[in-house]
Write a protein that binds this ligand. Sequence first.
Ligand code: PLP
Length: 224
Amino acid sequence: MPVNTAVFHAIVKEVHASNAQLIAVSKTKPVADVQQLYAEGQRDFGENYVQELMEKQPQLPPDIRWHFIGHLQSNKVKYIAPFVYMIHGVESIKLLREINKQAQKQDRIIHCLLQFFVAKEETKFGMDEQELVLLLRTYLAEKNNFTHIAIGGIMAMASFTEDQQQIRREFKEVKRVFDTIVSEMGSSLPDFKQISMGMSGDYPIALTEGSTLVRVGSLIFGSR
Ligand SMILES: *Cc1c(COP(=O)(O)O)cnc(C)c1O
């Protein structure tokens, strides 16, 4: 299926009107599709699989900002640390420590988002509010050791459902947790600015509920 550049430009316009940014999710799609969207001006791309990202990255322009949006195992951080811009799914202090360690080896800063579990499903990854706050407290207590990461905000996925009201409620909950963290610890977390939520099926709702980063794949690249 070809890249839908008309839909892409329409989404970019919509996203920018909400002061948010678009991450084009290119997982399972060929390098040529990424190149095509790059030529249309897109620079932020999202991938879910370490192996696939490692294969694509060297074949594509160096100014692409790669967002890792999948579930990342600690032992694989080293493979993407040389180039990854932002890791969206951080859900443990252990992973945060490993990202810092590998970023330090590369003499880079890696931006990290903490994954908040909001869906009414058992399959999704992430932390509840209490775990999230606990992770942040641990991070802040050891902040001097975390020299090579920036905590950029939170990431969440809504339930896979047709119920728009439920999706909206979940996005509101994400925003509430984000705002609570900002008001309680924001002064110690200068980079805590992003709310990564919204995909092809629900990004318009996410934008009205305060998303700053939407991750859209199939609407632009076609179904997988
Ligand atoms: C695949 C994926 C997306 C994009 O999904 P689409 O429905 O194709 O837009 C967004 N976020 C995450 C975490 C994903 O795994």
